[in-house]
Write a protein of this length. Structure first.
Ligand code: AGP
Length: 609
């Protein structure tokens, strides 16, 4: 997500805004910028890279202003660059805009502005469209022009807007993306979240969806979608700066676990056109090219590799093409069979994992078509791929990957649907049914998140376990690996995942009295088999925590405790069944007093061999 800061008052806007942007650096960004009203003229300075680059750029300039807006960009449309950085302005530079979110219909708006108004665009971003829209509607009333512009827009946005002709005002808008207003003495602020303002104010308005705000230095007015002025109680912040960065959560990990419904919504819904078809932006393979593939490789590391295991299952099922999944550190050294009929899919949250990047280069050298599923726009893996399909999870700060994993899964399903449709192996009825079922996933995950307290209670019983086994069959075994990694990497518990059918081939020798076994049994067609595996470990004294769909209560007869997930089709359960395991790992680590966001020996991005 991007960071937004705005100031109108009597002090030096430049310093206040830059300082506010620095408080948002933790969110992750790739460029930054500032717009100031200097004597009735808008001055815009922006550049790629760290905020320090921006500071160096403006260090020698006076830029005396009492109104301004600033932005840290987390790229979604258009790679990180000086020209794509915000703020963006209209043609004559009299309107400047900063934006957090995604404008879904920016392509049609861009075409309309170019055709009917002769607008010439400088950047690749959706945001620049907003500045031009406000510019064509501006007729001496900035608030009116903003209303007219947002009436044309579809998508998610938190906006900050300033205008050369109205040097004492900021107009801000919220639709989906977060926005807060800080209330000061002879000064007022806007921000995308609270940390940017805490140094100056603790009295805020929390802006709600479809609200528009008009700020001057001594007045803040809120309006609804119909321009009717509304009242809002003042919210008083008691958090310190560190807590504010986590928006009140104790750790980034639990915050990001709770961000999964939004990340999945962004990753899916922003790609569904009005006619219901899925637009896989960034994938430019033709039908002929897709039909030419004889094999798919999915290569990644860690959690991303576990997402690939699910990808194998669903791509083979829907696109009827053989899929091989490998960890990148193995793939790159085993002289794999890859040729120009191979589709190589790299999955990486950071897009900088050296093993994955090296494997990608090896596949390209051998002639494969490379498609990457990446969360960081413009990262090395993204830049070196033929096609890029972005997860829109937003910045993932915690070392333990959660929302990146579930959005990677969403991308696997969308790629499988796309390939199945193009290869003619998936009928339109089945395609539409899958799409409808995928749309339900964010709400179903929210239902699991609402069980957080109950899962915490279970963690209290289990957090002293010295050894834990995760077992499952089919897709459940793929999720078992991810659940085991979560527990391992943040609570330092000896945790193992194994296909349940494999237990009898040796591992069951380790099951003793009170050994904790977490048994995933969400696949209807394998449910009876899983009950047998649970009985096997129970017979040897195991303590079994079952995980099943809410209607399969017979599992309770064989288990000591059960966590239920909402009913959904077997193929989509991984996006649901992983969530209780993420929450369980989080609370076990918390109860064990571990450093959850920065586990020992681990890095967020492993850029070494
Ligand atoms: C997952 O929780 C870990 N942080 C780690 O396994 C991670 O998934 C792996 O290093 C791959 O990182 P990437 O997705 O950025 O390539």
């Amino acid at each position: 997500m991007c960071g937004i800061v705005g100031y109108v008052g009597e002090a030096n806007a430049k310093d206040i805004i830059i300082d506010g942007l620095k408080k948002l650096e933790y969110r992750g960004y790739d460029s930054s910028g500032i717009a100031l009203n200097v004597g009735g003229r808008l001055v815009v300075r922006k550049c790629k890279g760290r905020i320090a680059n921006l500071e160096n750029m403006i260090a020698e300039e006076e830029l005396s202003a009492t109104v301004g807006i600033g932005h840290t960009r987390w790229a979604t449309h258009g790679a990180p660059s000086d020209v794509n950085a915000h703020p963006h302005t209209n043609g004559d530079g009299s309107i400047a805009v900063i934006h957090n979110g995604i404008i879904e219909n920016f392509v049609e708006l861009k075409e309309w502005l170019a055709r009917d108004y002769g607008v010439q665009f400088r950047s690749e971003t959706d945001t620049e469209v907003i500045a031009h829209l406000i510019g064509i509607y501006y007729n001496g009333d900035l608030l009116d022009a903003v209303y007219k512009a947002i009436d044309k827009m579809r998508g998610a946005y938190a906006l900050g807007v300033i205008c050369a002709q109205e040097p004492d005002k900021i107009v801000a808008v919220r639709k989906e993306s977060p926005l807060v207003v800080g209330l000061g003495n002879n000064c007022n602020f806007i921000a995308s979240d609270i940390p940017a303002l805490l140094k100056h104010v603790r009295s805020l308005y929390l802006i709600e969806n479809n609200e528009v705000v008009l700020l001057t230095k001594d007045q803040v007015k809120l309006f609804d979608a119909n321009r009717k002025e509304i009242h809002r109680d003042v919210f008083h912040v008691t958090w310190d700066a560190d807590a504010a960065e986590k928006e009140g959560y104790d750790h980034f990990m639990i915050k990001e676990i709770h961000e999964q419904p939004k990340g999945l919504y962004e990753t899916l819904h922003r790609r569904i056109d009005e006619d219901g078809s899925v637009r896989l932006d960034g994938i430019n393979m033709s039908k002929d090219e897709i039909e030419k593939f004889s094999k798919v490789y999915i290569v990644a590391c860690g959690t991303a590799y576990h997402a690939g295991l699910v990808g194998k299952y669903i791509i083979e099922k829907l696109a009827k093409i053989p899929v091989e999944v490998d960890v990148a550190s193995e793939f790159r050294y085993r002289d794999p069979f890859v040729d120009d009929k191979t589709l190589f899919i790299a999955i990486s949250q950071s897009g900088e994992t050296l093993d994955t990047l090296a494997a990608l280069r090896e596949a390209k050298r051998k002639g494969a078509r490379v498609l990457s599923v990446v969360n960081v726009v413009g990262s090395s893996v993204a830049r070196e791929s033929d096609d890029v399909f972005y997860t829109w999870a937003g910045p993932e700060i915690a070392v333990a990957s959660t929302k990146a994993y579930t959005t990677q899964l969403m991308c696997m399903y969308l790629i499988a649907l796309y390939m199945g449709k193009e290869r003619g192996t998936l009928g339109s009825d089945a395609y539409n049914q899958y799409l409808n079922d995928l749309k339900e996933i964010p709400d179903l995950i929210q239902k699991i998140l609402d069980q957080e307290e109950a899962i915490y209670e279970i963690a209290k019983k289990l957090y002293k376990s010295q050894q834990v086994f995760f077992i499952g069959r089919g897709l459940d075994s793929s999720v078992a690996y991810e659940g085991s990694l979560k527990l391992k990497e943040i609570s330092y518990t000896n945790s193992f995942a194994i296909a349940a059918g494999e237990l009898k081939h040796g591992t069951i020798a380790l099951i003793e009295q009170d050994t904790l076994v977490i048994a995933l049994a969400t696949q209807d067609f394998l449910f009876e088999k899983m009950l047998s595996n649970i009985q096997e470990v129970k017979a040897r004294g195991a303590y079994v925590l079952g995980l099943a769909k809410e209607n399969n209560t017979t599992i309770e007869r064989q288990s000591d405790r059960v966590i239920y997930i909402p009913e959904c089709r077997d193929e989509l359960t991984p996006m649901l069944s992983v969530v209780p395991l993420q929450i369980l790992a989080y609370y076990i680590a918390k109860l064990r007093g571990c450093d959850i966001d920065k586990p020992k020996n681990l890095a967020k991005s492993v850029t070494v061999e």
